[in-house]
Design a protein around this ligand. Sequence first.
Ligand code: SF4
Length: 444
Amino acid sequence: MKTVTLPKAPRVGLVSLGCPKALVDSERIMTKLRSDGYDMSPDYAGADVVLVNTCGFLDSAKAESLEAIGEAIAEHGRVVVTGCMGKEADVIRERFPAVLAVTGPHQYEEVVAAVHDAAPPVASPFTDLVPESGLKLTPRHYSYLKISEGCNHRCAFCIIPHLRGDLQSRRPDAILREAEKLVEAGTKELLVISQDTSAYGLDLKHAAWPWKGRDVRAHMTDLVRELGQLGAWVRLHYVYPYPHVDSAIPLMAEGLLLPYLDIPFQHASPKVLKAMKRPANEAKVLQRLRDWREQVPDLAVRSSFVVGFPGETEEDFEYLLGWLEEAQLDRVGAFKFEPVEGAAATSMPDQVPEELKQERFERIMDLSARISAAKLAAKVGRTIDVLIDAVDPQTGGATGRSKADAPEIDGEVHLRDAGHFASGDIVSAKVEDSDAHDLYAVPV
Ligand code: SF4
């Protein structure tokens, strides 16, 4: 019998830095490369070319990106750079003249063309097949779903609009098609991301597109209602407390949306929020939180805060701590203000000294750990759903997450006697113990 010898597919090594949004970009690029006949290489040695997807949000992220490029050049030599730092092609080229190509964020065609130049594809009808949902970099059971690019706001500490431009929403039917394919391929949890999820569709004037015989508006509430019917957990990230967010709360009560909101408040002091030029900066947030929790008692709210913003006084910071005590947020991430080249806040007067930033950082983290510990202790004895992320057959244990935990940023649920489960399973478990961030449970 005549056998066909398949040509060896060129292999791409990928170093992906930065936020979940950059990870989605990496997934798209790899999906395209895979459809062009490329294989992935898990290490430098097996790769024909190395792609570094960079992050340029903060100066520390830029430094990390430059370090990753340097390492790839030293270890391999044939390197293509893409992502947010691609906007600073001159800096990269000056420091690493050997880099083959530099492309910016979302320049999918350009980066794919650069990889084609560096390691030409070998056409083969036997290998040019992509799994339906594309080649994913996140575990199969959860997927990030990017609904828009860019941002219409101009927060004083942020250079995202400069890097990524104004809000550009994807069509709802395109998002739903992608989500449906992901669920068909085994995704159990869709993580909706964008710079400003609540602004989704503003640029499209909330026009409607046909989807499965009905019209779906490019609007957060309508989109989420449809996503909720696909049978996966749907979790919303980067939501600002605009009035229409109230309309997402009934969807949680209906079980179409996880009782979880990631709202990057960044501060609470009206004076600091004003200086930060934050959107949806209004005084009644605490009352809204109370109303939401009345409708959905299990609602978990996650947020991030910046401490040491220029001009932040002890009084402002204490206002923030008092607000947090009242708001009882479930999950809190804090960052020390970092001046970024190109951000308005960088040249503001009254910069806060580093030691003071550190002291405030520790105080806010202590407080949020105390709040979190008390909230988690209140769950002991309850039975909750847990989505399993990883199983350890050696110990018979597993780690997973409850509806209140987003992957990578929130806490975990540690399960005992769960070695027979697989990642992606959703199991009922009784909570036996808790600490400041995690729960300990047993399947029931
Ligand atoms: S809302 Fe503010 S912080 Fe977020 S991306 Fe837009 S400008 Fe940056």
